[in-house]
Write a protein that binds this ligand. Structure first.
Ligand SMILES: Cc1cc2nc3c(=O)[nH]c(=O)nc-3n(C[C@H](O)[C@H](O)[C@H](O)COP(=O)(O)OP(=O)(O)OC[C@H]3O[C@@H](n4cnc5c(N)ncnc54)[C@H](O)[C@@H]3O)c2cc1C
Length: 600
């Protein structure tokens, strides 16, 4: 008799899937999927980060990849039970391929697969030394001329990059480069992280004085080493800087601070990069096989060019160079922009006693931090989630299990609820002329972040200052020009100014490829970031994954890594496994390499 309990349903399905896949019967396997199915694969089948949408794409992928992947042993993950809500049966699943162990998540609708997530946990024969396999550290016994851990580390630091080449060079030692570096260290992939700032954490330290993380602690853990339970909910920027510095040290990363990557080029014949770096004033040439740009999606300032900037007599700078409010007491400050940095900077200037005006050109999505935490994040990333047994790894996988094509459908109700809950707050902002939006399709903050990485403010207090007029607002206008002592807006308004801050955001990451490698390579790779949703600043065609992030690009040996702390943690796992496999000479045929869109 057919088992109708959740565990039984999932087991039956997995047995049928196992049988069909083991026998190479693609059609039987495809029959187990719903018509509106999604299969998101993080490296296991595709050696890519790819979502197959619909049965046809699942069929095509299996035809191309099944024989090579050899998946077996599909079962409900050890220690887990399937569950059922509103007709959807969900379960964690585990499986193996010829070369790897995988973990995943499955949702069944009417007995067939609606969503399937398959992720690579580890490469067989190249497992990380964890738990029972952790290193001994001490060498018991007696041995003449033995070296200590410290001496070994010093020897490694002295030779790597000089007498021995790293397999991988990561340009950019912010949280992205650091998290990936930690994973590669555990996988024994010789890696150097090149960072132009002096110390790990400096990319946070150098930001404006008042900055605290906008995301809460549960969302921000680094791989292997979680924040302690007494860590503040919102890390102040210098504190997160110190954590990154400590982490870099204890994770034994080869981190070259005060080192700037000047240029890089790829030799297609030797399949090797030549990376020129300036370290402590000396030029060093590195020859890695793999080059990762972890140079930051919020690191290439977008500074507008306005008439009169050359004659303006006050201070003017991009938000990334803003030193903080201290010297602007009783001064007139004009902040151009209305997203996160603009709000934070306006509030800090107001607190310091400056006369502050925000200039808003177009709409901004605002969501109050407590509402976001309670309605948007609590189920996966909160103290309550921790209490109810949710781990960071599981939370990341649940989030990853929702295909991007339908993620907005899950998000819209959340933001509708937030709009209802904070209706008065939004009304008061509109009353002073603040131009609001909730995303092109009302899907809110996460979708805006994934699609364009901008256009929002997580309110931690500045909105109240805007609503009550403490921060003055000119909205629906652009800057026409600057004079010696003022900013003239497109509607003719003149704002006297001692300080102008351009909180105008950051440029695309493939600009880094153009700067460091060449325009040809940047164009060959195309746009970095965005889903291709055809919404504002995320031009189509639909990609279904974030363009060029953490996966093979059209340029062999070139990778992009970064994003927020959650993404750096989660996707560094899959990028590190792709790099490790290549180092070990494991065949990595990439299925569905993304096409190039929107060159630089
Ligand atoms: C105001 C603000 C608030 C934010 N709040 C949050 C938040 O709450 N949570 C969150 O997760 N994210 C937040 N972000 C996003 C944040 O930028 C990223 O999460 C984070 O900095 C990305 O880390 P990263 O390592 O990818 O890039 P970065 O931290 O920008 O690091 C890139 C590094 O590359 C280095 N570099 C660049 N070019 C070279 C070169 N040629 N040679 C050597 N080194 C080079 C830079 O010096 C820099 O240190 C915020 C961003 C801003 C601007």
């Amino acid at each position: 008799m057919l088992d109708t309990a959740p565990n039984g349903k999932v087991s039956n399905l997995l047995n049928a899937l196992d049988k069909a896949l083991s026998a190479g019967e693609v059609e039987h396997a495809v029959d187990l999927f719903q018509a509106d199915c999604y299969w998101r694969d993080l490296v296991t089948f595709t050696w890519n980060i790819k979502t197959m949408e619909g049965k046809e794409q699942v069929r095509d992928m299996l035809k191309a990849r099944l024989a090579d992947t050899k998946p077996t042993n599909w079962k409900i993950a050890e220690g887990e039970d399937a569950s059922e809500t509103d007709g959807i049966t969900e379960s964690w699943v585990q499986f193996e391929t010829g070369g790897a162990r995988g973990f995943g998540h499955m949702r069944l609708k009417d007995g067939r697969i609606w969503t399937l997530l398959t992720t690579m946990s580890e490469l067989k024969g190249h497992e990380e030394p964890l738990g029972f396999d952790r290193p001994m550290g001490a060498k018991h016994g007696a041995e003449r001329n033995r070296t200590t851990w410290k001496e070994d580390r010093e020897a490694e630091a002295a030779e790597l990059g000089y007498s021995r080449q790293p397999y991988c060079v990561i340009v950019g030692g912010g949280q992205g480069g650091i998290a990936l570096g930690a994973r590669l260290r555990q996988l024994n992939v010789p890696t150097i992280i090149v960072e132009k700032n002096e110390r790990p954490g400096d990319s946070w330290r150098k930001r404006y004085k008042s900055l605290c993380l906008h995301d809460p602690v549960w969302y921000d853990h680094l791989p292997y080493l979680s924040f302690p339970r007494n860590w503040p909910v919102f890390s102040p920027k210098d504190k997160i800087g110190d954590w990154l510095e400590m982490y870099t040290k204890v994770m034994e990363l080869n981190y070259w601070g005060s080192t700037e990557c000047k240029k890089a080029s790829y030799d297609e014949k030797s399949r090797e990069w030549t990376v020129v770096v300036q370290r402590d004033g000396k030029e060093i040439v590195l020859k890695p096989k793999q080059l990762v740009l972890a140079t930051g999606m919020s690191a290439k300032p977008n500074t507008p060019k306005f008439e009169g900037m050359d004659i303006f007599k006050g201070d003017q700078h991009h938000s990334s160079q803003h030193p903080g409010p201290d010297k602007y007491k009783d001064k007139k400050a004009v902040v151009i922009g209305s997203n996160n940095s603009a709000h934070d900077i306006c509030a800090a200037l107001w607190e310091a006693g400056a006369d502050v005006t925000m200039v808003q050109r177009s709409t901004t999505h605002i969501v109050r931090s407590d509402s976001l935490m309670e309605l948007g994040l609590a189920a996966l990333y909160s103290e309550q989630a921790v209490q109810s047994g949710m781990t960071t790894a599981k939370a990341d996988l649940v989030f990853a299990s929702i295909p991007y094509k339908i993620l907005h459908e899950f998000q819209i109700p959340v933001y509708n609820a937030i709009r209802e809950r904070d209706a008065d707050f939004y009304k008061r902002l509109e009353k002073v002329g603040f131009l609001l939006d909730y995303g092109d399709d009302d899907s809110g903050l996460f979708m805006k972040y994934l699609r364009r990485g901008s256009g929002y403010y997580i309110d931690v207090g500045a909105s109240e200052l805007v609503a009550n007029g403490s921060i003055k607002l000119n909205s629906g206008v652009d800057v026409k020009k600057l004079t010696e002592h003022s900013v003239i807006l497109s509607d003719g308004t003149e704002l006297p100014a001692d300080l102008v801050v351009y909180a105008t955001g950051y440029g695309s990451m493939n600009g880094w490829a153009a700067d460091l490698i060449s325009k040809e390579v940047a164009d060959k790779v195309g746009k970095v970031w965005g889903l291709g949703s055809n919404t504002t600043k995320d031009p189509g065609p639909w990609e279904g994954e974030q363009r060029n992030m953490w996966k093979p690009t059209q340029q062999e040996g070139l990778w992009f890594h970064g994003g927020n702390l959650h993404q750096s943690r989660h996707y560094s796992q899959f990028l590190s496994l792709q790099l490790k496999a290549r180092m070990e000479g494991i065949p990595t045929p990439v299925y569905g390499l993304q096409k190039v869109h929107h060159p630089s």
